[in-house]
Design a protein around this ligand. Structure first.
Ligand code: SAH
Length: 234
């Protein structure tokens, strides 16, 4: 009997924000594939692995797949194709196979490449929903991300100051993901348009690494890491 490949959402970093459904699926899986990156110092880093270890998922069923943190998307696509082949083979052996992703597995998650690949190969897939980072960030700041008739716009990284300015004028709440891709635009708009509240987050929910501020000077002096996010409320 063949099982669907499960795409399991791990939440943004706090192991307690994994759903009960995700935890059950992780415990029942035979093979769990998780994304990992090799940094410039040659170390393997994986937020997903950190969460899996916290949840005491046995290491003998964990398999990393390498995700190059390179601007060259074709390298990443190649890596995802390789991973898809391995995952497909595992599923074809009859194993309960899972792929994990930080936050929600269907929200700006690059594992969509694997998901789409498996669908092309007619391998059944299933998605277990999870808490996306921006929701956890809103809770961390104690803010209501959107209320009443307010509209929300999510920008996945690259944005110019002019584009941000247009969104701000419309009164929409803005979520910016991958802030590290648009540091200059953000720092500049904070300087030129000080009226809105800029909520800035790093590593929400990650013990010892979590950071939050809405102080404009503190944001200006910050070196922006990959796991950072901003919520702007006009
Ligand atoms: N699937 C994820 C998003 C992956 S894209 C989700 O549902 O949230 C990667 C981006 O998500 C990062 O650049 C950052 O903007 C955001 N992110 C993920 N985890 C985060 C965390 N713990 N704290 C702050 N931002 C985070």
């Amino acid at each position: 009997m063949y099982h669907s490949v499960q795409f399991i959402s791990l939440g943004p970093g706090d192991p307690e924000l994994v759903t009960i459904k995700a935890l059950k699926a992780l415990r029942q899986a035979d093979a769990i594939f998780y994304p990992a990156t090799i940094n410039s110092a040659g170390q393997t880093i994986s937020r997903a692995l950190d969460i899996l270890v916290h949840l005491e998922i046995p290491s003998d069923k964990l398999y990393p797949f390498n995700v190059p943190m390179n601007k060259n998307r074709s390298l990443a696509i190649e890596a995802y194709e390789k991973a898809s082949a391995k995952i497909g083979n595992e599923q074809q052996k009859g194993s309960k196979t899972a792929v994990v992703a930080e936050g929600d597995a269907g929200f700006y998650s690059s594992i969509h490449y694997i998901y789409d690949n498996l669908i092309l190969k007619r391998i059944p897939v299933e998605h277990i929903a999870g808490v996306p980072a921006f929701i956890a960030c809103g809770a961390l700041a104690g803010i209501h991300i959107a209320k009443q008739e307010e509209e929300l716009i999510v920008i996945p990284g690259i944005v110019t100051e002019d584009e941000l300015s247009i969104h701000l004028q419309s009164g929409k709440t803005i979520v910016i993901m991958k802030v590290s891709q648009c540091c200059d635009a953000i720092k500049s708009i904070i300087k030129n348009q000080p009226q809105p509240t800029y909520h800035y987050f790093e590593n929400a929910g990650v013990a010892g690494k979590e950071y939050y501020t809405n102080n404009k000077n503190d944001i200006q002096s910050r070196t922006i890491p990959y796991f950072s996010l901003m919520i702007i409320k006009s």
